[in-house]
Write a protein that binds this ligand. Structure first.
Ligand SMILES: Nc1ncnc2c1ncn2[C@@H]1O[C@H](COP(=O)(O)OP(=O)(O)OP(=O)(O)O)[C@@H](O)[C@H]1O
Length: 605
C-alpha cells in the first residue's frame, strides 16, 4: 500500500486535502496548457499595471488641483486640465482591453481542461470491469458528467479570475505601501481578519456541496429507473407511489440546497461588513497623519481610490473561495473515478488466443467456483467439456447460475477458483482483447444503440462494408424488415431499439453476431415470448449461426435443446445432469420434470 504522507492524510471532514487535488489537477490536466496559462498571466499583469497607473494618475491630478509642498507630484493645473482626461481615457481603454484578453485566454483553458477531464473519465469507465462500473449505479456515474462537470466549469472559469484578482491585489497593495506606509501597515493588520470567517464558511460550503452532488446522483438513478419503467408503472398503477418516492428525493434536495443558499449568502455580507470597519479605521488614522503633515490630501484620495479598487478583487477572492470549494468536491469525485483500476486485466505474460484457420475451439470448465463480490457462491464445482464445434445447452431453473457461467467465459467476471480453458489455454493467461475477439455474445436483452439499423449490425465488425452488413442481416433473417423501414439500413432504431419489435431487435443482434464471425458463440435465448413467425425465423437463424462454431446456449425452449449435442442441467450453481434430450427424459430427473412442465404448457397452445 502506498505510504501516506502528511499531506495525503484525510482532513477532519473526511475529504482529500485541497492542495493534493490541486497539485494533481495541475500535473495531469493543466500543465499541458502552460504556454496559454503564461499568456493569460501576462494579460493579468498588464491589467494590474493599468490599474496601478490609474491610482498614480489620481494622485497626480489631485496634486495639480490642490498644490501642497509635501506632494510627491508637483503637477501644473494647466497640464492636469489638458492631459488628465486624456490619460484617464487611455488607461481606461488599456484596462478594458487587458480585462477582455485575460478573460478569454484563461476561460479557454478552463473549458479545454473540462473536455480533457471528461475524456479521461469516460475512458477510465470503459476500462473498468462490469462489477466496478455497475457498483455505483449508472445515475451516480452519469451525474459525474453532468452535475460535477457543471460545478467544475464554474470553478475552472472563476479560478483564473482569482489569479487575476490576486495580481490586481498585489499591484494595489504595492500602491498603498508606496502612498503611505503607516496607513498601509494598519490595513495589513485589519484585513487578514477577513480570512478567518471566510475559511470557516468555505469548509461548510464544501461539506454541503458534497452532499448535494451525491444526492443528485441518487436522484438521477431514481429518475432514469422510473422513466424507463413507465410501462410497468402505468399498468400496475404505481404513479402515486412513484410520485411519493421521487417527491422524497426532491424534498431532500430542497433542504440541502436551501442550506447551501444560506451559507453562500452569508459569505458576501461578512466580507462587506469587515470591509466597512476597515475603511472606517483607515480614515481615522489618515486624519491624524495629514494633520501631522506626513500625508497630503492627494495621498489620501489616491489611497482611498486604491482601496476602493481593491475591494473588487478582494470580494472576488472572497466569493471565489466558495466556488473553488464546490469545484474541489466535484474534482474529488472525478479523481475517484480516474483512480479506479480494473481488477480484471492482462497477466504480465499473457498470450494471444489464436485458433488455427478460425476452427472452432474446445472449451473446458475445470472445477469452477464463483460468487459475485463478497456474496455466496452462485457456481460451485462446475466442470464441463464443450467439444470443438459442438452445441451445448445450459438449462435449469431461474437463478441456477446459467448467465453467470456466460459471464465468466469472456472474463466479464473472474472465476474464484478453477480454470476455463480454450484449446487447453486458461482464459486467465490470455490477453482479454484476443479472448473477446473470438467470442460473439447474443444476450436475451438485445442491446441496441440509438444509431441506424446498419450501424447497430456494424458493431460486430467495425471494418465491415455495407455488402458484408447486408449479408449478415440476410443470414439473420433481418434483411426483409430492414428494407421495409423508412430509410432502410440508415433508419434510426430509437433509444435502446424502441422503434423496433422484440423479434426485430433480436434479429439485429443476431446479424451483429453473424458479422463478427467468431469461433465461439454464446447465446442467451430470449425469454420474452415472440410470435410464431419471429420464433421460426430466429430459430433457423440460430441454427445457421451455430454451424461451424463452438456454441453454448442458455435454452429456455425445448426446440433449441433438441438441436444441442449435449444438455447440461444446472441447479443452484451445480451441474445436476448431463446428456441428450432423450437420455435425460429417460432418466426421469430434473430435466424430465422441466420438460414435462414445458410440454404441458405448450400443448394447449
Ligand atoms: N451482478 C450480480 N450481482 C450479484 N448477484 C448476482 C448478479 N447476477 C446474478 N446474481 C445472482 O447469481 C445467481 C445466479 O444468477 P444467474 O443470472 O446466473 O442465473 P440464471 O440461471 O441465468 O437465471 P435466469 O434463467 O433467471 O436468467 C442468482 O442467485 C442471482 O441472484
Amino acid at each position: 500500500m502506498q505510504k501516506m504522507t502528511k499531506d495525503a492524510e484525510p482532513q477532519s471532514d473526511g475529504s482529500a486535502p485541497r492542495s493534493h487535488l490541486m497539485r494533481r489537477l495541475w500535473a495531469q490536466f493543466l500543465s499541458p496548457y502552460r504556454g496559454r496559462l503564461g499568456l493569460a498571466f501576462l494579460f493579468m499583469v498588464a491589467l494590474a499595471a493599468a490599474e496601478l497607473g490609474f491610482v498614480l494618475l489620481t494622485e497626480w491630478i489631485f496634486s495639480g488641483l490642490q498644490p501642497n509642498e509635501n506632494s510627491r507630484f508637483h503637477a501644473a493645473a494647466r497640464d492636469v486640465m489638458v492631459w488628465g482626461p486624456v490619460f484617464v481615457i487611455v488607461l481606461g481603454l488599456a484596462q478594458a482591453l487587458f480585462f477582455y484578453l485575460s478573460a478569454i485566454t484563461s476561460q479557454n483553458i478552463a473549458v479545454r481542461t473540462l473536455r480533457d477531464l471528461q475524456r479521461a473519465m469516460f475512458g477510465r469507465i470503459t476500462e473498468l470491469d462490469l462489477a466496478q462500473s455497475q457498483d455505483d449505479g449508472s445515475g451516480q456515474l452519469i451525474s459525474r458528467f453532468t452535475n460535477d462537470m457543471t460545478v467544475l466549469r464554474e470553478s475552472l472559469t472563476r479560478a483564473p479570475n482569482g489569479v487575476r484578482d490576486l495580481v490586481r491585489l498585489a499591484g494595489l497593495v504595492g500602491a498603498l505601501a508606496f502612498l503611505d506606509w503607516v496607513l498601509f501597515l494598519s490595513v495589513l493588520i485589519i484585513y487578514p481578519t477577513i480570512g478567518l470567517p471566510i475559511t470557516w464558511l468555505g469548509k461548510k460550503i464544501r461539506q454541503l456541496g458534497r452532499s448535494v452532488q451525491r444526492q443528485i446522483g441518487d436522484m438521477t438513478g431514481l429518475l432514469s429507473e422510473t422513466l424507463r419503467g413507465q410501462r410497468m408503472v402505468k399498468t400496475y398503477r404505481l404513479e402515486e407511489q412513484e410520485r411519493a418516492r421521487l417527491g422524497e428525493a426532491f424534498d431532500e434536495r430542497y433542504t440541502l440546497l436551501n442550506r447551501l443558499i444560506r451559507i453562500r449568502a452569508a459569505n458576501e455580507p461578512v466580507v462587506t461588513v469587515i470591509g466597512a470597519i476597515a475603511i472606517a479605521a483607515i480614515i481615522g488614522i489618515a486624519a491624524f497623519r495629514i494633520e501631522a503633515g506626513f500625508m497630503t490630501g492627494a495621498d489620501l484620495v489616491a489611497f482611498l481610490v486604491a482601496m476602493a479598487m481593491l475591494s473588487q478583487p478582494a470580494r472576488g477572492l472572497g466569493t471565489l473561495n466558495s466556488v473553488v470549494q464546490e469545484g474541489l468536491t466535484a474534482l474529488e469525485r472525478v479523481f475517484d473515478v480516474l483512480d479506479r483500476t480494473p481488477a480484471i486485466s492482462d497477466a504480465p505474460d499473457a498470450k494471444e488466443l489464436s485458433v488455427p484457420n478460425g476452427q472452432p475451439p474446445e472449451i473446458v470448465f475445470d472445477r469452477i467456483s464463483f460468487g459475485y463480490g463478497d456474496g455466496p457462491a452462485v457456481i460451485e464445482d462446475f466442470s464441463l467439456t464443450v467439444p470443438a464445434g459442438a452445441t451445448v445447452a445450459l438449462v435449469g431453473p431461474s437463478g441456477a447460475g446459467k448467465s453467470s457461467v456466460f459471464n465468466l467465459i469472456p472474463r466479464l467476471y473472474e472465476a474464484g477458483s478453477g480454470d476455463i480453458m480454450i484449446n487447453g489455454l486458461p482464459v486467465r493467461q490470455m490477453t482479454i482483447g484476443s479472448l473477446r475477439d473470438h467470442i460473439a455474445l447474443v444476450s436475451q436483452d438485445a442491446v441496441l444503440f440509438d444509431v441506424s439499423a446498419g450501424e447497430n449490425i456494424g458493431f460486430g465488425d467495425l471494418s465491415a462494408d455495407q455488402p458484408a452488413i447486408e449479408a449478415a442481416a440476410h443470414a439473420a433473417a433481418a434483411d426483409e424488415f430492414i428494407a421495409g423501414l423508412p430509410d432502410g439500413y440508415g433508419s434510426a432504431v430509437g433509444e435502446g431499439g424502441a422503434n423496433l419489435s422484440g423479434g426485430q431487435r433480436q434479429r439485429i443482434a443476431l446479424a451483429r453476431a453473424f458479422l463478427k464471425d467468431a469461433p465461439i458463440l454464446l447465446l442467451d435465448e430470449a425469454t420474452a415470448a415472440l410470435d410464431a413467425e419471429s420464433e421460426r425465423l430466429i430459430g433457423e437463424a440460430l441454427i445457421r449461426l451455430s454451424e461451424g462454431r463452438t456454441t453454448l446456449v442458455i435454452a429456455h425452449r425445448l426446440a433449441t435443446v433438441r438441436h444441442a449435442d449435449l444438455i447440461c442441467v444446472m441447479d443452484k450453481g451445480r451441474i445436476v445432469e448431463q446428456g441428450t434430450h432423450d437420455e435425460l427424459v429417460d432418466r426421469g430427473g430434473l430435466y424430465a420434470r422441466l420438460a414435462a412442465l414445458q410440454f404441458r404448457e405448450e400443448v394447449p397452445a
